[in-house]
Design a protein. Structure first.
Length: 259
C-alpha cells in the first residue's frame, strides 16, 4: 500500500503467489516478499539490504514461474498423451487434439523453450497430414476452399492469416484444409524466426511455397487467367516477405517488422 506526506512516499510491496491448492487461511512464508523504498534515491535501511530484498524477490518470482510452468506443462502433456492414445480409434476427433497439442507448443514458446515448441508443432502437422493422406479426413477441393480475391492472403500479405480466428475454425471443424496447411506453416516459421534459425526457415519455405501454390491451383480446377496470375503473385510475395523478414532480423532491424 501507499503512504504519502509532503516529504516522502513509502512503498510496501507485498507479492503473494498462492497456488490453486492453497487455502485462504494459510500462505506459505516463502510466498511473501516485502520491499520498502523511499521516493527518490534514499532507501529505508542500508542500500545493500534494499538490493538484497529485490534480488530475493526476483529469484522467488523466477522459481514460482517455473513451478507454475512445470505444473501446467505436465497437465498439457498428459492431456495430449491421452488424446493421442485414442488416435487409432474409429471416429477419432482431430480438433481436441489440435487444441491441446498447440496449447502445449505455445506454452513452450512463451517460456522460450523453442526446440520443444517446434517439435510439437511439427508433430501436430505430421498427424494432420497423415489424416489427409491415409484416411481422407479432410477434403481439399473447391468445396472446402473457394477463391476469394479479397482474402487477406491475396490483398494484405501472403501469410496474413488471422491466427486466432483460424484456431477457432479448426477447433470447430470449420477450417478449409488448405488454409490449415498455411496455418501450421505460419506457426512453424514464426517459431523458427524466434530461434534465429534462418537456414531451416528458408529451407522450409522453399519446400512449402511451391507445394502450397500447386495445391491452390489444383484445388480450384478450371479457373480464369487472372486468378491464376493472383496465385502466382501469392507465391512470389510469400518468398519476398520471408526473405525480407529474415534480412531485417539478420541485420538487427527486426523491430521494423510490424504485426
Amino acid at each position: 500500500m501507499w503512504r504519502q506526506d509532503m516529504r516522502l512516499v513509502v512503498f510496501f510491496g507485498i507479492v503473494c503467489v498462492i497456488s490453486g491448492s492453497s487455502s485462504n487461511s494459510g500462505i506459505s512464508a516463502d510466498r511473501i516478499c516485502k520491499i520498502e523504498t523511499l521516493e527518490g534515491a534514499s532507501v529505508v535501511g542500508a542500500q545493500s539490504h534494499h538490493e538484497t530484498q529485490w534480488t530475493e524477490l526476483l529469484l522467488r518470482l523466477r522459481r514460482w514461474i517455473m513451478e507454475a510452468f512445470e505444473f501446467k506443462c505436465f497437465q498439457y502433456e498428459e492431456e495430449v498423451r491421452v488424446l493421442d492414445t485414442k488416435r487409432s480409434f474409429r471416429g477419432w476427433d482431430f480438433a481436441p487434439f489440435f487444441v491441446a497439442k498447440e496449447r502445449l507448443a505455445l506454452i513452450y514458446q512463451q517460456m522460450y523453450l523453442l526446440d520443444d515448441a517446434i517439435r510439437h508443432l511439427d508433430e501436430l502437422e505430421a498427424i494432420f497430414l497423415s489424416l489427409i493422406q491415409s484416411e481422407n479426413r479432410f477434403e481439399e477441393n473447391s468445396q472446402t476452399f473457394v477463391y476469394d480475391a479479397q482474402h487477406p492472403i491475396f490483398t494484405t500479405s501472403p501469410l496474413a492469416l488471422d491466427m486466432a480466428e483460424m484456431h477457432h475454425q479448426i477447433a470447430r471443424h470449420q477450417a478449409p484444409a488448405l488454409l490449415m496447411r498455411l496455418y501450421f506453416f505460419s506457426r512453424q516459421i514464426r517459431t523458427l524466426y524466434l530461434m534465429g534459425d534462418f537456414k531451416q526457415l528458408t529451407e522450409r519455405a522453399m519446400g512449402f511455397i511451391p507445394s502450397f501454390h500447386d495445391l491452390l491451383l489444383s484445388s480450384l480446377g478450371g479457373i480464369a487467367k487472372n486468378v491464376t496470375m493472383a496465385l502466382h503473385q501469392w507465391a512470389v510475395g510469400a518468398c519476398l516477405e520471408i526473405a525480407y523478414a529474415c534480412e531485417l532480423s539478420w541485420s538487427g532491424h527486426d523491430y521494423q517488422i510490424l504485426g
